[in-house]
Write a protein that binds this ligand. Structure first.
Ligand code: SF4
Ligand code: SF4
Length: 92
């Protein structure tokens, strides 16, 4: 099963309170940008023109990859959505 197929079995209840918040000043100096290349949900994107990383948490799969790969501790908050919110996987 590839990542696009996983989304066929995934639903989200989006919390208005973000469970992950980045410090853009930290990301501005990052050249590796491991989050952009490793987030399976493509929550991170790099704008070459502006030289900035954009993050949206709506489709986060809560896998924890970005927390592990970021070597600059760019998160002012990293956690999971509140109870009842976030991703729900249905594999059957
Ligand atoms: S979250 Fe971490 S890895 Fe991603 S751009 Fe910001 S500093 Fe770099
Ligand atoms: S926890 Fe996983 S899915 Fe969510 S933003 Fe980080 S890498 Fe992407």
């Amino acid at each position: 099963m590839n990542i696009d197929e996983i989304f066929d079995y995934t639903s989200f209840t989006i919390d208005r309170e973000p469970h992950i918040i980045l410090d853009p000043t930290v990301c501005a100096g990052c050249v590796q940008r491991g989050c952009v290349n490793s987030c399976p949900a493509r929550c991170y994107s790099y704008n070459e023109t502006e030289g900035s990383v954009t993050f949206v948490y709506d489709g986060c799969l809560e896998c924890g990859t970005c927390y592990i790969v970021c070597d600059r501790n760019a998160f002012t908050r990293w956690g999971y959505p509140r109870g009842g919110f976030g991703v729900a996987f249905r594999m059957t």
